[in-house]
Design a binder for this molecule. Structure first.
Ligand SMILES: Nc1nc2c(c(=O)[nH]1)N[C@H]1C(S)=C(S)[C@@H](COP(=O)(O)OP(=O)(O)OC[C@H]3O[C@@H](n4cnc5c(=O)[nH]c(N)nc54)[C@H](O)[C@@H]3O)O[C@H]1N2
Ligand SMILES: Nc1nc2c(c(=O)[nH]1)N[C@H]1C(S)=C(S)[C@@H](COP(=O)(O)OP(=O)(O)OC[C@H]3O[C@@H](n4cnc5c(=O)[nH]c(N)nc54)[C@H](O)[C@@H]3O)O[C@H]1N2
Ligand SMILES: [Mo]
Length: 642
C-alpha cells in the first residue's frame, strides 16, 4: 500500500480482540438458544449430518457458500475444491451480486478484464457508478497523480461523492440509464470517424451491426433517456476524442446492479476498443496470471452433469465464472427447485443481510436440514445456523494474494493465533478427512505445504515471497503489442456482436433497455431506490459492533432530495416508511442538498443489521446474462408516519 492503509485495514485488531467475538463452536438448541460444544463433537455431528444428506438425497443436496469476508483466490478455491471433492457442484458466493456482472461484460467482448487501469498515466478518467474515495482508496492517489499531469475526470453518478466535487464533468443520469449514454458516445465516435479503423477492420466482429444500432442514440435521445443534457453528452464525447487511447474507463457496482447491467458494460468495452484503448496499461490489457497450480477441481471433477444450481437459468454466469446462483438456491432450499438443497456450509458471508428479498432468504435458510456458519460474530445469518464455528481472522492464516492487474503476488504471514480456533484451511481439511476424501483432496498438513505445492510451477518459493512482504512483481506491466491477435473469445476477435449469446437466445449486441422502474412503471411506487452506496468505515454488514466505527455511522438513513422531502412533508431525521412490492422498512430520512442526489431518487446503504434494505429489494428481477439482482433503481413508495 506504499505506506498507507484504509481505516478498515487499520482496524484489524478491533476484529481480533472484540468482546463479542465467538471463540467456541455453538450448537442451536430446540428452544433457539445456542450452547457451546467441543470442536470435535461439532465436527462429528456436522460430518454425520452431511453423510446422511448425501446418502438420502445425493451429494448435490449440500452446497458451500463463500462471502466477501474471505476475499478471492485461495480461500475461495478451498471452498470450491471441498464441495467438488464431496461430489456436489453447488458452490455459491457473494459474487452472484458482485464483480461478475462487470467481468462477464468485458469477457464477452474481449475475453478478459483487467478491472483496474493504470489511472496515474491516463489523460482522461471516466467513472460510472463507482465511489472510489470510499470503496477504493488506492485509486485516489492515482487520480491525483494523473490530474497533476493535466488529466481530466468525468464522473457519472446520480449521487454526488467527493470525487464528483472536483471532476471536470459530473453528470447525474437517472439510475439504470447509463447504457443510453454509452451508446450515445459510440454513435458520436462512429459518426465523426473518430475510431480506430485498423482495429475495427482486422480484429472485430459485429461492427456493422453496432453502427446501425447506434444511430438512434442522438444527444437529444440520450438526454431524454438519461436526463443528461445533450451538450454534456457532446462534451464527454469531445474529451474522449481528444484523449483517445489514453482514456481509462472504470465501471462500478452501480452498473452491474441493474437488470441490463452486463449489456451496459459490454457497450463500455466496445467504446474502449473503438478508441484503441487496448493493450495499454491505462486501458484494456490482458493480465498474465502467475503460473501456479489450481486448487479447484473443474478439470478433474467438473460435475456439470449434476445440475449446478442456476446453470440452466443463467448459463453465462456458470459458463464463464463457474458460479452457482444464490437467488435460485433459495428456491431449491424452499423445495421449489429441480432437486432438494438441504445443507449449506457457509463461511464469511451474511446473506440474511446482503442477499435480496430478506424475508425469503430467512425462510429458505431456516428450511435447511443443516446450516453451518463460520464467522466471528453472531450475525443475522449465524442466528439461523444449526452450528456456528468460530472463524480465524486473516491475521491467523498464511495465504497467497494475487493482484493480476499489477502482476503482483504476495504471501501474508500468520501473525496471531487464538487458542482453539481453526483456520479456513483446517475447516475444509478436517471435514474432508471426516467424510473420507481428505487423503485424496486435502493431503497437505499445513497451509505452508499447500502454498509450496501451489507455487511449485511458478519457480517462486514461500521463502522468497516472505522476503518480499510488500508483494513480488513477477512481470512488468507494459504495452502488449500482440494483445489482440489471439483473444479468448469464441471467434478469437473482439466481439461487438456475440454469436455465443445469440445462440443462447440472449441479445447479440448490447442493446439498451429502459430501466425496470420505467418499463414496469407503477404509480403506487413513484420513487427510485438505489442501495448500497458504501460507508467509509463499514464493509457491508461488518464493523457495526466496533464502537468507534459505530460512533461515526450510528444509524441507518435514507438519503432524499430536499424537494421530495418537502413534497412529502418530511423533515431531516424523521422516521419514514419505505414500501416496495417485496416488503417494508422503517428508517430515518436524511434530507440532502439539491446537488447531492437526483430528485425522485432515494438511497439506502445495504449493510445495516438492524435496518435491512434487502427486505425491499427483489430476487426475481435479474440481469438475464449475469443473473444479478436489481439492487439499484428499484421502485418504492415513501410514507410519512403520522
Ligand atoms: N468502505 C467500503 N469499501 C468497499 C466496500 C464496503 O462495503 N465498504 N465494499 C467493497 C465491494 S465488495 C465492492 S463490490 C465495491 C463497490 O464499489 P463501487 O463499485 O465503487 O460501488 P458502490 O459503492 O456500490 O458505488 C455505487 C455508486 O453507484 C451509484 N449508482 C447507483 N445506481 C447507478 C446507476 O444506475 N448508474 C450510475 N452511473 N451510478 C449509479 C451510487 O450512487 C454509488 O455512488 O466496494 C468495495 N469497497
Ligand atoms: N441491496 C444491496 N445488497 C448488496 C449490495 C448492494 O450494493 N446493495 N452489494 C452486494 C455486494 S457487491 C457484495 S460483495 C455482498 C457482500 O455480501 P456478504 O459477503 O454476504 O456480506 P458481509 O457483510 O461482508 O459478510 C461477511 C461476513 O464474514 C465475516 N468475516 C469477515 N472476515 C472473515 C474471515 O476471515 N473468515 C470468516 N469465516 N468470516 C469472516 C464477517 O464477520 C461477516 O459476517 O453484498 C451484496 N448485497
Ligand atoms: Mo462486492
Amino acid at each position: 500500500n506504499q505506506g498507507r492503509i484504509c481505516p478498515r485495514g487499520g482496524a484489524a485488531l478491533d476484529l481480533f480482540y472484540p468482546p463479542d467475538r465467538i471463540l467456541k463452536p455453538l450448537k442451536r438448541m430446540s428452544d433457539g438458544s445456542f450452547k457451546e460444544i467441543p470442536y470435535s463433537l461439532a465436527l462429528d455431528e456436522i460430518i454425520g449430518k452431511m453423510s446422511t444428506l448425501k446418502s438420502d438425497y445425493g451429494a448435490r443436496s449440500v452446497g458451500v457458500w463463500k462471502g466477501e469476508g474471505l476475499g478471492f483466490y485461495q480461500q475461495e478455491d478451498y471452498a470450491r475444491r471441498f464441495i467438488h471433492g464431496f461430489g456436489s457442484p453447488n458452490y455459491f458466493s457473494n459474487d452472484s451480486a458482485c464483480y461478475n456482472g462487470r467481468y462477464i461484460g468485458y469477457h464477452l467482448v474481449c475475453g478478459f478484464w483487467n478491472s483496474y487501469p493504470a489511472f496515474d498515466q491516463s489523460g482522461l478518467i471516466i467513472l460510472l457508478g463507482s465511489n472510489p474515495p470510499i470503496c477504493h482508496p488506492p485509486f485516489m492517489r492515482e487520480f491525483a497523480d494523473a490530474r497533476s499531469k493535466g488529466a481530466k475526470l468525468v464522473m457519472i453518478d446520480p449521487r454526488l461523492n467527493p470525487v464528483a466535487c472536483y471532476a471536470d464533468v459530473f453528470a447525474q443520469p437517472y439510475p439504470g440509464t447509463d447504457g443510453a449514454l454509452v451508446w450515445g458516445l459510440i454513435r458520436y465516435l462512429i459518426k465523426t470517424n473518430n475510431y480506430d479503423e485498423d482495429i475495427v477492420n482486422n480484429n472485430t466482429i459485429g461492427f456493422d451491426k453496432i453502427s446501425v444500432y447506434a444511430k438512434k442514440f442522438t444527444p437529444e435521445y440520450v438526454e431524454k433517456q438519461t436526463g443528461i443534457f445533450a451538450d454534456v453528452v457532446e462534451e464527454i464525447a469531445l474529451l474522449i476524442i481528444k484523449n483517445r487511447s489514453k482514456t481509462s474507463i472504470f465501471p462500478g457496482a452501480g452498473l452491474e446492479h441493474n437488470e441490463n447491467g452486463v449489456n451496459c458494460v459490454r457497450a463500455l468495452a466496445i467504446l474502449s476498443c473503438l478508441i484503441g484503448a487496448l493493450g495499454l496499461p491505462t486501458g484494456l490489457w490482458r493480465p498474465e496470471m502467475l503460473k501456479i497450480r489450481s486448487l479447484t477441481l473443474y478439470d478433474e471433477l467438473p460435475l456439470d452433469d449434476q445440475g449446478p444450481i442456476g446453470a440452466d437459468k443463467f448459463p453465462v454466469l456458470y459458463d464463464i465464472r463457474k458460479e452457482c446462483h444464490t437467488m435460485t438456491a433459495m428456491d431449491y432450499m424452499l423445495g421449489n427447485g429441480a432437486y432438494p438443497l438441504k445443507g449449506i456450509i457457509l463461511t464469511a458471508a451474511n446473506p440474511a443481510v446482503s442477499n435480496p428479498n430478506t424475508a425469503k432468504v430467512e425462510k429458505a435458510l431456516s428450511n435447511l436440514d443443516l446450516l453451518v456458519v463460520s464467522d466471528f460474530f453472531m450475525t443475522k445469518t449465524a442466528r439461523l445456523a444449526h452450528y456456528i464455528l468460530p472463524a480465524a481472522t486473516f491475521l491467523e492464516r498464511e495465504e497467497l494474494h494475487f493482484y493480476p492487474t499489477r502482476h503482483r503476488v504476495n504471501l501474508t504471514s500468520k501473525v496471531a493465533r487464538t487458542e482453539g480456533i481453526k483456520t479456513e484451511y483446517q475447516l475444509w481439511h478436517n471435514l474432508a478427512h471426516g467424510l473420507g476424501f481428505g487423503d485424496k483432496y486435502f493431503p497437505w498438513k499445513s497451509e505452508k505445504d499447500v502454498n509450496k505445492w501451489l507455487l511449485e510451477p511458478s519457480g517462486l518459493t514461500v521463502e522468497k515471497l516472505r522476503r518480499h512482504p510488500q508483494g513480488y512483481a513477477y512481470k512488468p506491466v507494459g504495452y502488449q503489442k500482440h494483445l489482440i491477435d489471439k483473444l479468448n473469445t469464441p471467434s478469437g476477435k473482439l466481439e461487438f456482436a456475440s454469436p455465443y449469446l445469440k445462440k443462447l437466445g440472449l441479445p447479440e449486441i448490447p442493446e439498451y433497455l429502459p430501466p425496470y422502474y420505467l418499463a414496469k412503471a407503477d404509480d403506487n411506487y413513484p420513487f427510485i431506490l438505489t442501495t448500497g452506496a458504501r460507508k467509509s468505515l463499514l464493509s457491508h454488514s461488518r464493523h457495526q459492533n466496533i464502537p468507534r466505527f459505530r460512533n461515526v455511522h450510528p444509524e441507518a438513513e435514507m438519503e432524499i432530495h430536499p424537494a421530495d422531502a418537502s413534497d412529502l412533508g418530511i423533515e431531516d431525521g424523521e422516521a419514514v416508511k419505505v414500501i416496495s412490492k417485496t416488503g417494508t422498512l422503517i428508517i430515518q430520512a436524511a434530507v440532502k442538498k439539491p446537488v447531492e442526489l437526483l430528485k425522485g431518487v432515494v438511497e439506502i446503504y445495504h449493510g445495516w443489521e438492524d435496518w435491512r434494505v434487502n427486505f425491499l429489494t427483489c430476487d426475481t428481477v435479474n440481469d438475464p446474462i449475469s443473473g444479478f439482482p436489481l439492487l439499484k433503481g428499484f421502485p418504492v413508495r415513501i410514507e410519512k408516519i403520522e
